[in-house]
Design a binder for this molecule. Structure first.
Ligand code: CP
Length: 312
């Protein structure tokens, strides 16, 4: 593996999940692997879990860590080829990526979708720009269209809570006051397609995810029907994909309640809006896996960094 940019970079999901669970039991067993090596974490957007879990994972592998809030503190980057840079951008991705490669052995990047221009978001100009021009491995810490570290953490959490061979897993849309990207839902779908599960996606009409990703997946527009017999309910808001970036509904009939959850385990990547996405009783109850998912972010990052370090 040269970079970790999408879920499809996972060489074997079951093997990686097992390795991550083993690593969790003895997190410092590969402490020497990153000695005298450096990872640079570049944030174009806010974070709590990704920033701290990736840093912790790196430290447990013995890496030195440099972090930069690039969105606020870096030069505005130009991505276009042959652009006359007489407007707002100050530095080209070609130089920026090569320069970072001189300071670090791995670079990890968070750069969300703008949700204005679908084509631009899908071109993944930031993460692709770094992958094209950096001479070191690049890790996706959530890009315009994917959050593969989260999806790997979710796979670890599903495995740790496995109660049957082929569980029913439901990905449910839930309401949110703002327009959110599709990255978490996209990567969760990609990861679930690698699992042996009865996987159902439920959302109001108009909230269909990119059909290229959901091809062959069961989509059920009746949330109550979708939730029947669920073992795991993964909840997330996303904005419309077809009416790109728009909020078409804030219908709180889609909010997850204890009654709707039944006996299922509740999953969400966090941060979560209480009593909008999900009611307090679910988050405060025993069926919520959200903190375990957040803890597993350390081990999803650590397994990815370990594999990249082994390849340097
Ligand atoms: N789940 C997740 O990526 O959390 P942060 O946005 O806080 O990093």
């Amino acid at each position: 593996m040269k970079h970790y940019l999408t879920v499809s970079d996972i060489e074997s999901l079951p093997d990686w999940v097992d390795e991550a669970i083993a690593l969790k039991k003895d997190p410092y067993q590969f402490e020497g692997l990153g000695k005298r090596k450096t990872i640079c974490l570049l944030f174009f957007n806010n974070s709590l879990r990704t920033r701290l879990s990736t840093q912790k994972a790196a430290m447990q592998l013995g890496l030195d860590v440099m972090i930069m809030n690039f969105g606020n503190e870096g030069w505005a980057l130009e991505y276009g080829d042959g652009t006359i840079m007489d407007q707002g951008t100050s530095e080209h991705i070609k130089e920026a990526a090569q320069v970072v490669s001189e300071y670090a052995d791995i670079v990890a990047i968070r750069a969300f979708a703008g949700l204005v221009d679908k084509e631009k978001d899908e071109s993944e100009e930031v993460i692709t720009g770094f992958a094209n021009y950096a001479t070191i491995p690049v890790v996706n810490m959530e890009s315009s269209v994917g959050h593969p570290l989260q999806a790997l953490a979710d796979a670890i959490t599903l495995k740790e809570n496995e109660i049957k061979i082929r569980p029913k897993v439901v990905l449910s849309w839930a309401p949110h006051p703002k327009a959110l990207p599709h990255a978490v839902a996209n990567s969760f779908v990609e990861m679930m397609r690698m699992q042996d599960a009865d996987f159902v996606i439920t959302h109001p009409k108009g909230y269909e995810l990119n059909p290229r990703l959901t091809q062959g997946c069961q989509i059920e527009y009746d949330q109550n029907k979708a939730l029947e017999g669920a073992d795991f309910v993964y909840v997330k808001n996303w904005s419309s994909y077809s009416d790109y970036g728009k909020v078409l509904s804030k219908d709180t009939d889609w909010t997850i309640t204890e009654k709707k959850l039944g006996h299922a385990k509740f999953m969400h990547c966090l941060p979560v809006r209480r009593n909008m996405i999900v009611e307090d009783a679910v988050l405060d109850g025993k069926q919520s896996l959200v903190v375990q998912q957040a803890k597993n972010r350390v081990f999803s990052a650590q397994i990815v960094l370990k594999k990249l370090l082994e390849n340097i």
